[in-house]
Design a protein around this ligand. Structure first.
Ligand code: FNR
Length: 352
């Protein structure tokens, strides 16, 4: 696809060409206890898992990335083809652009067209929800015949965008009202800075169906927006770049965020942010998550085509299956109760 200069395409180009990962997930501090006598058959391990009333083929969730520019449709098509083939959950990128300009809806709608059986999630920013209310939530879901809607929280990114929204006033109330007004499940997600136990409690009380941690250790919007600021090169952009640099590791590492959110749990938790292998998904599940989300690791395969995409999913599933076998977990619910040793910084930060 030809990469144009729009913001959507900037994000895809920068994410596929530069190193935009910062910080640590702290998954290195999570050790699954090895089971020398697994008493199960690796090939017979059941990766399927129930999520918000639907059976998914595996806990791998394709996290929100793109849409809203005609050149992004092919990426979404390849991601969706994998979601259909493996019965995965899949999120689309922010639908704001297409809600403002309906002619951009095709690059999102292609996901449901390609994946009639997948668990598809719409996507809207909390700020847009606060501005436009449940009407936009309904329209976002209708656009792609979604099973659920993800509301994203991305205030760190907003801080480093010159055009960013810097008022979060009314977002929690908008989420509460939306959960009351709509019939589909509402999932709230961070985009790389994590969710604390306090915020998780507020969100469950507001009526959200699931929480996606979107923690530190993978894609960094401080880094991406810093690079964009550099590329623009205007006077004010230097300050934004420096601000981005100072916030490179800001936030809650994913393993810690999963631990905190799962501790307040009233619904399923998705572990996302820096998961880079099936082993990371297994660790997230052992810490209390139901699904493990990945965005960046799936971007290059999706840009390369279906074959590369399927090979990546196969490889992630193989790693997950191995971790399950070596912990003696024949299915996901068994993995959820697998014992872990917690060391280092994660141990210090989870100590009550
Ligand atoms: C994202 N992410 C994202 N999230 C969201 O809610 N709406 C969006 O539009 C986007 N857009 C987007 C574009 C690109 C190119 C990437 C890589 C990511 C955030 C994503 O869903 C996820 O929370 C984070 O990227 C953390 O996961 P990874 O990338 O470390 O696996």
């Amino acid at each position: 696809a030809k990469l144009t200069s729009s913001r959507k395409m900037d994000h895809l180009r920068i994410c596929s060409q530069e190193n935009i990962e910062t910080g640590t997930t702290l998954f290195d501090d999570v050790h699954l206890v090895h089971c020398a006598l697994p008493e199960c058959d690796m090939d017979a391990i059941d990766l399927s898992v129930e999520f918000l009333g639907k059976r998914l083929g595996s806990p791998l969730f394709i996290a929100a990335m793109t849409g809203g520019h005609p050149d992004t449709a092919e990426v979404n098509r390849v991601l969706a083809a994998a979601a259909e083939k493996y019965w995965l959950g899949i999120g689309v990128g922010s639908q704001r652009a297409a809600l403002e300009k309906p002619e951009l809806a095709d690059s999102f709608a292609i996901v449901r067209e390609t994946a009639p059986h997948a668990f598809v999630c719409g996507n809207l920013g909390a700020v847009q929800l606060a501005e436009h209310g449940a009407e936009w939530a309904e329209r976002a879901v209708e656009m792609i015949d979604a099973d659920a809607l993800c509301i994203h929280l991305n205030f760190l990114q907003e801080v480093i965008q010159p055009e960013g929204d810097r008022s979060a006033v009314g977002c929690l109330e908008a989420i509460r009202q939306c959960c009351k007004d709509v019939k589909f499940p509402v999932i709230v997600k961070e985009t790389g800075n994590g969710i604390s136990r306090e915020v998780a409690s507020q969100l469950w009380d507001a009526g959200v169906a699931a929480i996606d941690t979107g923690g530190v250790g993978g894609t960094s919007w401080a880094k991406i927006e810093g690079i964009r600021a550099d590329e623009r090169g205007a006077a004010g952009d230097k300050a934004l770049r420096e601000l981005g640099d100072s916030l490179l590791t800001w936030g809650i590492p994913t393993a810690l965020s999963v631990f905190e959110v799962a501790g307040t749990r009233k619904g399923p938790v998705i572990a996302t942010g820096g998961l880079r292998s099936g082993l990371d998904i297994a660790k997230g599940i052992a810490l209390g998550a139901t699904l493990g989300g990945m965005a960046l690791p799936l971007l290059s395969p999706a840009l390369s085509g279906e074959e590369e995409m399927y090979a990546s999913v196969d490889s992630i599933h193989y790693q997950l299956r191995a971790a399950m076998f070596l912990t003696g977990s024949a299915n996901i619910s068994s993995l959820q109760s697998a014992r872990t040793y917690i060391t280092g910084a994660l141990r210090e930060m989870t100590r009550e």
